[in-house]
Each structure stands twice: as structure tokens, then as C-alpha cells.
Design a protein around this ligand. Structure first.
Ligand SMILES: Cc1ncc(COP(=O)(O)O)c(C=O)c1O
Length: 353
């Protein structure tokens, strides 16, 4: 048996999932929503099961029209995917060959590198500067004749920073032969989108997800927004049933009942985030607030000790890899849970080893 060398030479992407028991730990490590989706979602799923639908293949019916209304595009400009991870996969498989490349600011979301490696294409990572401002000039200088995709993650995970829309537009304009792939996984937390540029720039491709503000990562639903012609190419790659019906049923209920997730987003961004920022400021702890529902924290004495201490006290945060090894990433939870985090972190700071 001969595995393609691109695959044989790469590693498995293994997020640190072991032991993430929500009954045992306060989960602040995966940028998830702190709350399950509202009861209307559970009821819709229950009805779907009770009606006895599991023996029938998925059929997405009018869901793309409903989603199109939420997004502000036509159904033909949407591709549903099994999480936005699959969106990354189908887009890159449609555009990259060995010998071509993708340009992205790093550190960014890991699945881009993972997917480029499966294809055996080249990954050109342009480092963020110390203040995590999008390295626009360096990104454009990195683009060459073999570049097929330029990725902008807005806001970026893990830095939390965004490329200004003028810079996204400038990339679209300067490189009409490349796709400019804008990952808006955290759109609901920022309200910032580049989708209004879609009519003018056919090379714009946008990725979104139901895993973050919509709170259904377990069901795996993402979507691609692009020109209809490009969506038709992607449809050749995505299987006809790759998105399961439970995801569609839950997403439809979420679109019909938006108040709970909107209220949670408001709470996290307008109440919890400023509270945490004040806490870090008052305690002279370095942090990078970013624009989404998470932030990077750079505790004195390094991240490792703090991460372990928090874990011992029942709180999981995400340690970062180089070049961010001095930081851990933390996502917002309700104000009560955030108070617990602040109290534990204060005791960490005051401890005498
Ligand atoms: C920037 C970014 N894009 C995409 C994803 C993937 O989300 P999913 O595959 O759950 O839709 C994540 C998940 O953390 C992310 O942070």
C-alpha cells in the first residue's frame, strides 16, 4: 500500500480534547459558546426524531433560502459544509495543486496549514508583528505567480485582530486571479463583514460557521459564501449528503429564534469582556483583547504555570504554541463564571511557591 507522500510526511491535527469534561471543568479553551442552544433547538431536534426521519437521506429543502436571508445573499451563492473545516477543505482542493501556494498571516487557524499539507501545496506564512496588526504589506509582497489563495481571518484566531476592510478590498483588487478567502467564523461577535464586496469582486470567498455564536459545534455546520459560478465548482467536491439533517434542523430553529443567541453575544461582548479587561488592567496582567469572544493573556512568569494552576482549580484555558508560548487563550463565559476565573487567577498571582 502506498500513501501519497504529502500525507505520509505530515502529522495529525490533534486539538487537546482529552479530559474536556464540562461537568468537571469550566471550559474556557475552545472559543465555544458558554451556553447550549435555546430550548427551541432541542424541541425541533426532538420533533425531527419523533417524526421518524433518520432512515431518509438528507434533503436541505428551503434551508439555503432561509440562510440566504440571514446572510443577505441568494441561495445559489451558498454552500453548506460539514463545519467550516470542510469549507476550508473544499475551497483549497478546488484551487491548489502541488507547486502552487496559499499565503496567510501566522499564527492563524491551524486547519489552513493542515489542508494545504494534504494537497502537497506550499504554505506561505507571513508573521504577525508584535502588536498583531494584520501584516498587509508583507502579505502582498509574499504573493507570487504561483499563489492561488490569500487567506484573511477576520478576526483572527488566536490574535483576535482583523485586517481593515480597505486592506481586504485592496488585496481583492490587486490580485484578481487569486481567491481572497475571508474566514468570518466569529462574525456574529463583531458584526463586521466584507460580504458587501461580493458583487464587485468575483474572487471574494467568505467562510462562516454555526459553531461559535450559534453554539452547535457538535452538529458541524458551516457555509461558504461566494459567486454562484464558484459555488457550482465546490458542489463537485462536497458530497451531496455531507451535512447531516440534525445540523439543518437545529440551524433552522436558531435562525427562527435569534433572540437567545443575540442576547448571549451582547452579554459576552458588552458585559463580560469589559469586566475581564478591567480585571487584567487593574492587576497589571498583559493581555491582548482582540475583537471576538476570546483574548490572549500573557501572565508574568510564563503561561505554563498559570495554565496548570487554573486546571488544578477546575478551569481549562488554551496554552499557545510558539511564537505565542508566553500566552494562553481564554474565551468569554457568563459573568458568574468569569468571576470564578478572576478569583482563581488572583489567587494564582498571590501564591507563594
Ligand atoms: C478562525 C476559525 N475558522 C474556522 C474554524 C472551524 O470551525 P468549524 O469547523 O467548527 O465550523 C474555527 C474554529 O475554531 C476558527 O477559529
Amino acid at each position: 500500500m502506498r500513501i501519497r507522500s504529502a500525507i505520509a510526511n505530515m502529522g495529525i491535527y490533534k486539538p487537546p480534547l482529552e479530559g474536556r469534561n464540562p461537568k468537571e471543568y469550566l471550559l474556557m479553551d475552545f472559543n465555544e459558546s458558554p451556553e447550549p442552544p435555546p430550548p427551541s433547538v432541542g424541541r425541533a431536534l426532538q420533533d425531527y426524531l419523533v417524526e421518524g426521519n433518520l432512515h431518509v437521506y438528507p434533503h436541505y429543502g428551503s434551508f439555503c433560502e432561509e440562510l440566504g436571508q440571514y446572510v443577505g445573499v441568494s441561495a445559489a451563492q451558498l454552500l453548506l459544509t460539514n463545519g467550516s473545516d470542510q469549507g476550508i477543505d473544499v475551497i483549497l482542493r478546488s484551487m491548489l495543486d502541488p507547486g502552487t501556494n496559499l499565503v496567510i498571516a501566522i499564527p492563524g487557524f491551524t486547519m489552513f496549514k493542515q489542508t494545504v499539507d494534504t494537497i502537497g501545496a506550499d504554505f506561505i506564512g507571513v508573521p504577525y508583528p508584535a502588536d498583531f496588526a494584520f501584516p498587509y504589506e508583507k502579505v502582498r509582497q509574499a504573493v507570487n505567480l504561483n499563489t492561488r489563495v490569500i487567506v484573511v481571518i477576520n478576526p483572527n484566531n488566536p490574535t483576535g485582530t482583523s485586517a481593515p476592510l480597505e486592506q481586504v478590498e485592496a488585496l481583492l483588487k490587486e490580485f484578481p486571479d487569486c481567491a481572497v478567502l475571508v474566514d468570518e467564523a466569529y462574525y456574529e461577535f463583531t458584526g463586521q463583514t466584507c460580504l458587501h464586496l461580493l458583487n464587485q469582486y468575483p474572487n471574494l470567498v467568505v467562510l462562516r460557521t454555526f459553531s461559535k455564536a450559534f453554539a452547535i459545534p457538535a452538529l458541524r455546520l458551516g457555509y461558504v459564501v461566494a459567486k454562484e459560478e464558484f459555488i457550482n465548482e465546490l458542489l463537485k467536491i462536497r458530497g451531496p449528503y455531507d451535512v447531516n439533517m440534525a445540523a439543518i434542523v437545529a440551524a433552522r430553529a436558531l435562525l427562527q429564534d435569534p433572540q437567545p443567541w443575540k442576547e448571549l453575544v451582547r452579554h459576552l461582548m458588552k458585559e463580560v469582556k469589559p469586566t475581564l479587561e478591567n480585571f487584567f488592567q487593574e492587576n497589571e496582567i498583559k493581555f491582548y483583547p482582540g475583537e471576538a469572544n476570546f483574548m490572549l493573556v500573557e501572565p508574568k512568569g510564563g503561561a505554563g504555570l498559570a495554565v496548570n494552576y487554573l486546571k488544578d482549580q477546575g478551569i481549562l484555558v488554551r496554552p499557545m504554541r510558539p511564537p505565542l508560548e508566553k500566552c494562553f487563550r481564554i474565551n468569554m463565559r457568563s459573568i458568574g463564571e468569569t468571576e470564578k476565573f478572576m478569583s482563581v487567577f488572583k489567587s494564582y498571582q498571590q501564591r507563594k511557591d
